[in-house]
Design a protein around this ligand. Structure first.
Ligand code: BTN
Length: 242
């Protein structure tokens, strides 16, 4: 099977990845991209807007030998680090930031989102589908999209979607394979709003806290003044900004 398959039109690259996996064994790292995605999905069951020909919609399939379920949050975070590295290789003047846990921001706006879907067998992970949606060549966005930006809007350059997909695939696979010791420091350096106060939703209440970093489990570490700190998993806390 080709390492990066291109489709003209798909409902969703993540759904096609699921169909491939149902069809039989799939090699680790097999990836797919669609020039047009008609039914893309985002986090929290939202629809994902993908402007045909401008947007990069891709999925990378990982088939780990042995990965514990507890390590799953790190896959999304390492993926976003890999994407940030791909962007820096594309153009060293870009300064991507990672909005915890795994959105990529440029100049305070969302460039790229990630949707991870897995299949589990007991306490181990059978496969992981990493769905990546990046605004590459868009010039405008529909008004209802909150806080978007494209690479073109920042650099004034058009990028070839297939070449972008190859670059991202290479960096994501490399970063996901990096031992845990190394990724955390690099991630922390790119962390969006680090050392700044932001509002979050926690158990139905708005809380305000300083973002201090992330820990080895992939939790965000927040400071509440008076030396009080606490870490949160991404299912426990939500940003109160897009
Ligand atoms: C988010 O909500 O931030 C995550 C968006 C992920 C979108 C990508 S586009 C390629 C892949 N296929 C999908 O249906 N979704 C993901």
């Amino acid at each position: 099977m080709d390492h990066l398959r291109i489709y003209n039109t798909l409902d969703s690259t993540n759904k096609e990845a699921q169909r491939l996996l149902i069809g039989g064994p799939v090699e680790n790292g097999t990836s797919l991209m669609a020039r047009e995605q008609t039914d893309g999905r985002g986090q929290l069951g939202r629809k994902w807007f993908a402007d045909s020909g401008s947007h990069l919609a891709m999925s990378i399939i990982l088939v780990p030998h042995h990965l514990a379920v507890s390590e799953l949050p790190l896959i999304g975070m390492k993926t976003s680090l890999g994407i940030a590295k791909a962007l820096m290789q594309l153009d060293f003047t870009l300064a991507p930031q990672i909005k915890w846990p795994n959105d990529i921001y440029l100049q305070g706006k969302k460039l790229c989102g990630i949707l991870i879907e897995n299949a589990l067998a007991g306490n181990t992970v059978q496969h992981i589908i990493i769905g990546i949606g990046m605004n590459v060549n868009e010039r405008i966005f529909p008004e209802e999209i909150p806080n978007p930006v494209s690479l073109f809007m920042i650099t004034g350059q058009q990028n070839d979607l297939y070449e972008m997909a190859q670059l991202i695939r290479q960096h994501v696979i490399e970063t996901v394979d990096t031992p845990d010791l190394y990724w955390k420091q690099e991630y922390d350096e790119l962390l969006y709003a680090k050392n700044e106060e932001r509002e979050f939703l926690y158990e139905g209440n708005t809380i305000k806290a300083k973002i201090l970093g992330v820990d080895e489990q992939g939790r965000i570490l927040l400071g509440f003044g008076g030396g009080l700190t606490r870490s949160f998993y991404s299912h426990e806390i939500k940003w109160l900004m897009p």
